[in-house]
Structures are given as structure tokens and as C-alpha cells.
Design a binder for this molecule. Structure first.
Ligand SMILES: Nc1ncnc2c1ncn2[C@@H]1O[C@H](COP(=O)(O)OP(=O)(O)OP(=O)(O)O)[C@@H](O)[C@H]1O
Length: 725
């Protein structure tokens, strides 16, 4: 990242372990060798006390705060199996990659929940949970809370989100007192049961995580006036549907397919037309057994959520139909006027797919091989090329899976969402896919990394920038702490009028086959003076490189525009609308079937849709009190209790943890609006209390007339002071 444009200056003062932050920052910023030497000396002195390093529960107490000292403390803690550490306003969670006995039990939850000052206990995700819960209880604005869990793939976000949900399902249980582990039931049980279903359909085994979420989610836990959990709602973001038809090398498809293969009864296999030992092209690595391959747990959760046996059968039949589609392959046509044929051994799969999806086999075959072009009022049939046939087959599978997933989320919401009149506040848990940088990256990674930029910006705006600006405005003694502001990178991606997204959308709206080189030239012409984007002049592949806050990523342009258009041939939708399967018919009713060349021109592109959904999310986040948890992956191989310094330091730097610690250490740990402070603590002072109370009385008696209200309040408080003080 270009630190020249991203470092911003804002102001400092106050305490910082033994010395002042101001002094420390001055030392770091200075280029005088003597000061540098003295800093090195301080670091060495701090690190010499090796036995003490693991005792730092809060990294703001580390002195001096440098990447080295922070890293050493975290490593020392990890080696004694301490996985949580405060970093000022943020909780750092190191992934142990093995179950830790007694860390998340009911007793531990109770302990944190009933403690008068949970902050005095050992750092834990339950402290974050409890703090948010008490904020709701305290009704201090903003009352609604958001728990933002971030980190790279495999760092532990989903695990952490599950812990948070279990915590609230236990301590805020409305149906039963916490008696035993099994008493979390009814609505709490249903809320928890949404997890295995969404993970079965939305998670997959990737190179970086055996249970990687391939979608983002924001769960709002709805609380009633007594802060009891009465319901929840889930919002999901950008499911990686391409995985259904194309799995990256050495990765798997979504868990649900493997669960079905492994957990089905003989009868189910017969119904799904899955012969024993049958191989499916879209199920690579099915020999691998994971603890996530638990079909019965998914079915049990479905039952709890009210998905009845008939619906379940429909869902699994459709999924089995998708698998059969994956086995279809086409031979090239004899000449362009003839449609491609299905390869002989795969004809049987077409029949099976059609039966499972309950569509006429002849029509299914027709849709996959022949395109209908509209010329005025006339329709012209045009045979598809071999590549187009495969593309249509994949597209059919993707659109079915994506709609099924959407339907499931809607069903889950209907099952767990409380009536609006019954809840008044919420605690939101945000678990979005972590920053991704692969050998080849395309639109999916661009969207995922854009989402991470947005979250980082929320953190920067809410904490790093806003807090320092507030100190300056309030005239407090404060000198500047530099931090990385990723706003310029966000502007590059989503800004107006010219940005990567706007240019991509423009190209997607043109009624012609996209050309990666043209787009590459366009990007370079329009964005050449933006320091956050660059191009490797010697690369043969058209691409662009973005300097994200978490590192540089190369994005390939080949296929990006098509992915952004995400066209679904209208014939496929029409076919599914005719299906005799009630579920398919239901999810495809009302779906647009216009040709992509007509109405489709105005179709919302993938990036526009994603941007809009993220903006809605950001609006919600801005109205809540945020709590940040940074999950850290201590090694890339997911090995238990293995700490690789280089891996950890990169993640700490990417999320600006050192800057966060500086600002937290130097700033005020508790910040409440004066009005709220008075409301909460006014009782302590008789003097303030009388004025404040009577001011309220005045306002209540004469709400439309502030002057009269003021007069009443002044007179009453004067009389009060005269009589009693
Ligand atoms: N606190 C923990 N205790 C024990 N194991 C953990 C913990 N946190 C994470 N893990 C292990 O690490 C694995 C990866 O964690 P998780 O799936 O939560 O990562 P993630 O950040 O959500 O990744 P992705 O972005 O790919 O979805 C888990 O399957 C689990 O085995």
C-alpha cells in the first residue's frame, strides 16, 4: 500500500505503560540513529523478561508497542495455550486448531455472564459478547450492537460466530433457565440449527480451510425488552455459486453433496438414482472424510427448523439432479448448423437429471444444445458450440443451486424471525469471507476483497479516525498517530464516476462479447494516475493489480466481464418454470426470462448488486455500537498449536493492530455522550440530579414549548436547592 497517501495525521497524549505514546511515536518517526538505538534498546529490554511476556492480557500494556513486541507477546501466550488477548478496543483471537477443553463450557459462560466486572477476567470472546449484551441492557445509544469478526480464511471467524451465538442462546434464553447443556431449546435451538444447514450448503473444503464459508453472513439476534432472545434474522452475501460446477484444483464442492453421498440410506440412493460406487465429475476428493460430512446433523437441523419430509425429499432430489448434470459431456458438432451431440456414455445421465429435476428430457437436451434468438417477433434457433453447451450446463446447475440456497435462507428466516412487535433491540454478528489472494484471482476475489476493504474502512472511520478527530475537536491534548487509511483503495474500486467497478459495468452493458485486452486498456487509460492500481507490463495475461490494505492482489481480466453480467439463458429459466417439482417451480416463478439482449441490458450486474448489499450492511453497522474481533491464523497448514511468526506478523500488519494499540493506549478507554452519561450517572450528584431531573420534568410537561419547559425546570430546581441543599 502506498503509505504516502494513506498515512493521515491526527492528534495524542496520555498514558502508555511506562512512557508516553507521544514520546514513543516521536522516537519512531524520528530518523535520528540515537533514538532508534534507544528504541531497539527498549525493545530488547522488554523482551529480555521472557517469562513475563505471556502475562500481558492487554497489548496496550506492552511497552514499547512495536510489531516485534506485540508478536512476541502473542507467541508467548499461544505457547502457554492462551488464545485471546485484548488489543485495546479489539480482541485478538488466535486459532488453536484443536478443541480446547473447558474453554467454552456452560460454566464458563455463566462465569462471564454473572461477573460484576467481566473485563477483569481472562480475555475471552465471552467478554466481547457480554459487553455487547450489557450495552443493550444499559440502553445507551446506540443500543443495537454489532460484533464484527474478521480475519483471513481459516482464521476462526465461523467458529467465533458460532461461539457468540451459543453464548446468547444460553445467557439470553427465553425458554428455560440455564440448567444443563441440553436446555437451550425452542427459538434458541432453532437459531443455532440454522448454522449446520447454512454451513452444509454454503461451506466447502478449500486449500486453506476444511470448512470454508463460501458466502458472507450477518445474523441479527433479536432481543425483547427484557433482553431475552426471541428470534433472529440472517442476511447472506454473494454465495460462490461457481463452485457447484467448477472446483479449484484440490478443493471440494459444497459439503452437502458429500454428506448426501456418505449419509444416504439404500432407499435414498435409489430415489436419487445414485448407484453405489458411481462417480460424479463435480464431486472431486470424495474419498476425503471430514467431520463436516455429517448428513444426519443437517437433516436433524432441517427437521427442527420445520423443513418437512416432503420438502427435504424435493431438496435432495434437486441436488442429486445437479450431480447428474455434471456428468454430461458434449461432442463437437459435425458442422455449425448441427447441434452438438451428447457423448454416448453420458446419455443416461441426461435421462436421470431430467427425472430428478422433473423436466422433459427432450426439452432439457434442447435447452442445453440450442439457443433461441429473437429477431423481431420471430424466433430463430441456433445450435450452440461445444463450449457453449458446457457453459449452459454449468449455468443451469449454478442457477438452481443459488436459488435453492436463497430459498433456504428465506425459509430459515421465516422460521427464526420474531414478530416485529416482540423485539426492540438486536446484536448483530458479522462473519464475512476473509481476504483472498490466490495464484489466479477473478471477480469473486475482487468482491471478497472489496468487502474486506469496506469492513476495514468501517474500523478506520469508526475507531482510528473518528476517535482522534473527536479528541482534537474537544480540545484535548493529543498528538498525531499515523494509520493506514484505505479510503483511496475503496475509491479506486467503487468510486464515482470512474472506478474499476464503473468501468467493468460499462463494459458489461455493451452489447458485444467482452474482450479482456480492451478492458485492460480502458482501465489503464482511465486509472493510470491512481497509485493503488498497477500493471505488470511484461505479463501476457491481461490483468490489473490492486494494492489492498492487506496486500497486493493480481486480478485476471479474462472472463471477468461475463462473470459480472452473469447471464442466464432464458430458455433454462423457462424450462425450470415448467418443472413438475413443486420446489423448483416455486423458486423459479416470477424469475425474469427476457433475453439478455433486450431487457437484460438493464440487468443489475454482480458488482452493482454486491455493492448495494454491502452498502445496506454498512448503514446498519453505522447505527450500531461495534465490537471488533480479529481472528488470526497462526500457520497456513492449520496445524494445532503451531505459531509461524511470518504468517502472524503479516496478518497483524494488515489489520493495523499496532496502530489500534497505540490509539487505544493513548486514548480514553470509555467514551460516553455527555447526555447519556448524565442520564446514567446523574443520580450520583444531587446537584446535577436536581437540574437534570427537573429539566426532564419540564420537557415532559411542556414538550412542544422548550422555553416554557426550561422555565419550569429552572424554577423547580431552584426551589429544590433552596429547600434541600
Ligand atoms: N477457538 C477455536 N478452537 C478450536 N478450533 C478452532 C477455533 N477456531 C477455529 N478453529 C478451527 O479452525 C478451523 C477454521 O476455522 P473457521 O472455519 O472458523 O475459519 P474462518 O475464518 O471462518 O474461515 P473462512 O473464511 O474460510 O470461512 C475450524 O474448522 C476449527 O477446526
Amino acid at each position: 500500500m502506498n503509505s504516502a497517501n494513506n498515512g493521515r495525521n491526527v492528534g495524542v497524549g496520555h498514558r502508555h505503560g511506562g512512557g508516553t505514546v507521544k514520546a514513543f511515536i516521536q522516537k519512531v518517526q524520528s530518523h535520528q540513529p540515537s533514538l532508534k538505538e534507544s528504541l531497539n534498546g527498549e525493545i530488547q529490554a522488554f523482551l529480555t523478561d521472557e517469562d513475563q511476556l505471556h502475562t500481558y492480557d492487554d497489548l496496550t500494556k506492552v511497552n514499547p508497542v512495536t510489531p516485534t513486541t506485540v508478536l512476541q507477546c502473542l507467541q508467548a501466550r499461544y505457547s502457554v495455550k492462551v488464545f485471546y488477548t485484548h488489543a485495546g478496543c479489539t480482541l485478538v483471537a488466535l486459532n488453536p486448531f484443536q478443541p480446547i477443553p473447558d474453554l467454552y463450557t456452560l460454566d464458563v459462560m455463566k462465569e462471564y455472564h454473572s461477573a460484576p466486572q467481566p473485563q477483569e477476567f481472562k480475555p475471552h470472546i465471552f467478554i466481547v459478547a457480554e459487553e455487547a449484551y450489557r450495552n443493550v441492557k444499559g440502553q445507551l445509544e446506540p443500543v443495537n450492537q454489532s460484533l464484527v469478526v474478521s480475519g483471513e480464511s481459516g482464521a476462526g471467524k465461523t467458529w467465533t460466530s458460532r461461539c457468540l451465538m451459543k453464548y446468547y442462546a444460553t445467557v439470553a434464553a427465553s425458554s428455560s433457565v440455564m440448567k444443563s447443556q441440553d436446555t437451550v431449546e425452542r427459538i434458541e435451538r432453532r437459531v443455532l440449527d440454522s448454522n449446520p444447514i447454512m454451513e452444509a450448503f454454503g461451506n466447502a473444503c478449500t486449500l486453506r480451510n476444511n470448512n470454508s464459508s463460501r458466502f458472507g453472513k450477518y445474523i441479527q439476534l433479536q432481543l425483547d425488552r427484557g433482553q431475552l432472545l426471541v428470534g433472529a434474522s440472517v442476511q447472506t452475501y454473494l454465495l460462490e455459486k461457481t463452485r457447484v460446477a467448477c472446483q479449484p484444483a484440490n478443493e471440494r464442492n459444497f459439503h452437502i453433496f458429500y454428506q448426501m453421498m456418505k449419509g444416504a440410506t439404500v432407499e435414498q440412493r435409489r430415489e436419487w438414482k445414485m448407484n453405489h460406487g458411481q462417480r460424479f465429475a463435480w464431486l472431486p476428493h470424495s474419498e476425503k472424510t471430514l467431520e463436516e460430512d455429517c448428513f444426519h446433523e443437517t437433516v436433524r437441523a432441517m427437521v427442527h427448523l420445520g423443513i418437512n419430509a416432503d420438502r427435504q425429499r424435493q431438496i435432495f432430489r434437486v441436488l442429486a439432479g445437479i450431480l447428474q448434470l455434471g456428468n454430461l459431456s458434449f461432442s463437437s458438432a459435425v458442422d455449425e448448423t448441427q447441434p452438438c451431440n451428447l457423448e454416448e456414455p453420458t446419455k443416461d445421465f441426461l435421462q436421470k437429471a431430467a427425472e430428478l429435476l422433473r423436466v422433459p428430457p427432450v426439452e432439457l437436451q434442447m435447452c442445453l444444445r440450442v439457443r433461441t434468438l429473437k429477431a423481431g417477433k420471430q424466433s430463430v434457433l441456433k445450435p450452440c458450440s461445444q463450449a457453449e453447451c458446457s457453459m449452459r450446463r454449468d449455468c443451469l446447475a449454478k442457477v438452481i443451486y443459488a436459488q435453492l440456497f436463497e430459498w433456504l435462507v428465506m425459509f430459515i428466516n421465516n422460521s427464526i424471525c420474531a414478530d416485529e412487535s416482540t423485539w426492540c433491540n438486536f446484536i448483530g454478528v458479522l462473519d464475512v469471507y476473509g481476504f483472498e489472494c490466490f495464484y489466479t484471482n477473478n471477480l469473486e476475489q475482487l468482491c471478497i476483497n472489496y468487502a474486506n476493504e469496506k469492513l476495514q474502512q468501517h474500523f478506520v472511520a469508526h475507531y482510528l479516525r473518528a476517535q482522534q478527530e473527536e479528541y482534537v475537536t474537544e480540545g484535548l491534548q493529543w498528538s498525531f498517530i499515523k494509520y493506514q487509511d484505505n479510503q483511496s483503495c475503496l475509491d479506486l474500486i467503487e468510486g464515482s464516476p470512474i472506478s474499476v467497478f464503473s468501468l467493468l459495468n460499462e463494459e458489461s452493458r455493451l452489447n458485444r462479447t467482452s474482450d479482456a485486452r480492451t478492458l485492460r486498456l480502458r482501465l489503464e487509460k482511465e486509472l493510470h494516475d491512481n497509485s493503488n492500481i498497477s500493471w505488470d507490463k511484461f505479463s501476457k495475461e491481461p490483468h490489473f493489480t490492486v494494492s489492498h490494505y492487506a496486500g497486493k492482489v493480481n486480478y485476471q481480466l479474462q472472463g471477468m466481464v461475463e462473470k459480472n453480467k452473469d447471464p442466464v439463458p432464458p430458455e433454462l429459466i423457462k424450462l425450470l418454470q415448467k418443472s413438475e417439482d413443486p420446489l423448483l417451480r416455486q423458486v423459479f416463478t416470477d424469475k425474469e426470462t427476457e433475453s439478455p439482449n433486450s431487457k437484460g441490458l438493464n440487468k443489475v450486474t454482480v458488482v452493482s448488486k454486491f455493492k448495494n448489499s454491502l452498502e445496506s450492511l454498512m448503514k446498519i453497522l453505522h447505527t450500531t455500537t461495534p465490537h471488533y474481533t480479529r481472528c488470526i491464523k497462526p500457520n497456513p497448514d492449520c496445524k494445532p498449536l503451531t505459531f509461524k511468526k511470518e504468517e502472524v506478523i503479516m496478518q497483524l500488519e494488515a489489520c493495523g493492530i499496532v496502530e489500534t494499540i497505540h490509539i487505544s493506549a493513548a486514548g480514553f478507554p470509555i467514551r460516553i455522550l455527555y447526555k447519556n452519561f448524565l442520564q446514567r450517572y446523574g443520580l450520583i450528584s444531587r446537584h446535577i440530579n436536581s437540574k437534570f431531573r427537573f429539566h426532564h420534568v419540564g420537557l415532559r410537561v411542556f414538550p412542544p414549548c422548550p422555553l416554557l419547559a426550561l422555565l419550569v425546570s429552572l424554577t423547580l430546581s431552584y426551589l429544590w436547592e433552596l429547600l434541600f441543599l
